[in-house]
Write a protein that binds this ligand. Structure first.
Ligand SMILES: Nc1ncnc2c1ncn2[C@@H]1O[C@H](COP(=O)(O)OP(=O)(O)OP(=O)(O)O)[C@@H](O)[C@H]1O
Length: 300
């Protein structure tokens, strides 16, 4: 069973600290890695994959620094980068066969493995088509297929669901759940529902740091008492939508039901609601202070 240990990982690009002193222990399970654009997710994932060297800190796989493992580490690893490279004139089948060879999949298993991956990603019917004819969703699925070719024990996927339609997203989630045994799976996304139901642990990254880490229940608990619902007249609902991070607006007859996050009761008559992961995300990435100051809030 693989184990990854990140020890004070830091990456600095000129004046920019993209990843700031991150320490983590990753073991078997699915990790949902959430953060807004620019939080540092891609930079951290690239370091975990050995594509980028940390400015400071060390990453160890089963106790050995990954740079020292070199090829052995790559055999353990499946990586779907945000933009993966492919040859547009290759067919999907040829591309996967080519990559299987690069990843040292045993020769007698290549055909079978490629067909298995095409089936898993619903690309069997398009396997003879050139990649340049693929839609965004098909390309993403091909990327997922290539990441899984070598049956990796460590699977790192950067925004794996971008470009997938809702049906493909569900299929992807089910696939990840079915693959989770005996592997470390790390999925970065800014779409909460991609990971809410399949992640064993959630990591939330902001400005290069991991600001929350725990099970969905633990992370969700951090906004307990900060999620509110209020049934408002339409004009008031508009005003509150401007003033607070609102996760949901729903018409109820003539009125509008709002769900929002706020450190204190946003308005007389608002009731506390039980939080979800979406509320945690909203709390961290659309902070109340960016919307309205305390004086304005009291006058609502
Ligand atoms: N090669 C680079 N040179 C300079 N700055 C960089 C480089 N790569 C990333 N950065 C900066 O580091 C910060 C983190 O970027 P990163 O791509 O890791 O974030 P992210 O959370 O993956 O966001 P996104 O989802 O938009 O990719 C950003 O401010 C980005 O501009």
């Amino acid at each position: 069973m693989p184990e990854l240990k990140l020890d004070r990982i830091t990456k600095q690009f000129k004046n920019k600290i993209a990843v700031d002193n991150v320490s983590l222990n990753l073991h078997e399970g699915v990790y949902g890695f959430l953060g807004a654009n620019g939080a540092g997710k891609t930079t951290l994932l690239r370091m975990i994959c050995g594509v980028l060297k940390p400015t400071f800190g060390e990453i160890r796989c089963n106790g050995i620094e990954i740079g020292r493992l070199d090829g052995d580490y790559r055999y353990l690893l499946g990586y779907l980068p945000q933009d993966f490279g492919y040859y547009p004139d290759f067919t999907a089948k040829r591309y996967l066969e080519y990559l299987a060879a690069c990843k040292a999949v045993p020769k007698d298993l290549v055909k079978e493995k490629v067909q298995e991956m095409l089936r898993l990603t619903d690309l069997t019917g398009s396997q003879k088509n050139k990649i340049k004819t693929f839609s965004g969703g098909m390309l993403r699925r091909l990327g997922i297929a290539q990441a899984l070719l070598n049956d990796p024990e460590i699977l790192i996927m950067d925004e794996p669901t971008s470009g997938l339609d809702p049906k493909e997203r569900i299929r992807f989630r089910n696939m990840i759940s079915s693959l989770s045994k005996g592997r470390i799976i790390l999925l970065s996304t800014h779409i909460v529902s991609d990971v809410e139901f399949i992640a064993d642990e959630i990591l939330i990254m902001k400005q290069g740091r991991i600001i929350e880490h725990g099970t969905v229940a633990e992370v969700t608990n951090s906004v307990n008492g900060k999620v509110w619902e209020y049934l408002a007249e339409p004009a008031k609902a508009l005003q509150m939508n401007e003033a607070f991070p609102v996760s949901n607006l729903k018409n109820e007859g003539e009125k509008v039901r709002l769900r929002l996050v706020s450190d204190s009761c946003p308005i007389e008559g608002a009731s506390m609601a039980s939080p979800g992961l979406e509320d945690v995300y909203l709390y961290h990435f659309e902070e109340v202070s960016e919307h309205v100051d305390h004086v304005e809030r009291r006058t609502l």
